[in-house]
Design a protein around this ligand. Structure first.
Ligand SMILES: [Zn+2]
Length: 182
């Protein structure tokens, strides 16, 4: 059966985490995996065709990745991949992407989606670290309520979560696929 052939050549599962905290996974053949490793080392964009879709990943935006090699997943690979996707989705639900307003000493001010639990990020313009400022409370942004990250003032890392934190829901919609496409 077709399915059997398809699974027989399966495939390593690349599980990656973007700098934004979003996780994703994709099946890769051995040569595709080697290509990815090359791209990662040399900071080249990685583009492959996988099944019915074309997949692109920018190594610059990948915080870390790991690979489950084919030997260990041969027979139940599809199930395992499914589990990874479910885990990633569950995690997204528990720690949704919300809107963060970044205010940096380099004068950059912008909005970016990030995991709600995130305490620290880097300014996308100057790479300086910015820290979540719970003392500013919940702030309104163009994309809904969110949190502030800044480095223009001292931020107490031990500050309690602001009132309304628990009500912060995912403010970035769209499918997971769209979110991980970079
Ligand atoms: Zn900056």
């Amino acid at each position: 059966m077709d399915n059997y052939d398809k699974h027989a050549e399966v495939l390593n599962t690349l599980v990656y985490t973007l700098n934004s905290g979003v996780k994703g996974s994709i099946e890769l053949s051995k040569s595709q995996l080697e290509e990815w490793e090359e791209c990662y080392k040399s900071n080249k964009r990685f583009v492959i065709e996988s099944g019915k879709y074309v997949f692109g990943l920018n190594p610059n935006l990948v915080a870390d990745f790991k690979c489950l090699r084919a030997q260990s997943i041969e027979t139940s690979s599809v199930h395992i991949i499914q589990t990874h996707i479910e885990e990633a989705e569950k995690e997204l639900e528990e720690d949704p992407l919300i809107s963060f307003k970044i205010v940096c000493k380099c004068s950059a001010t912008y909005l970016t989606p990030s995991r709600k639990s995130r305490r620290k990020s880097n300014c996308k313009y100057c790479q300086s670290p910015v820290f979540v400022d719970y003392s500013s409370g919940i702030i309104e942004t163009h994309y809904g309520n969110g949190l502030l990250m800044t480095n223009t003032k001292y931020v107490d890392k031990n500050a309690a979560r602001p009132e309304g934190y628990d009500d912060l829901k995912r403010t970035y919609s769209g499918s997971r696929r769209e979110e991980i496409r970079v």
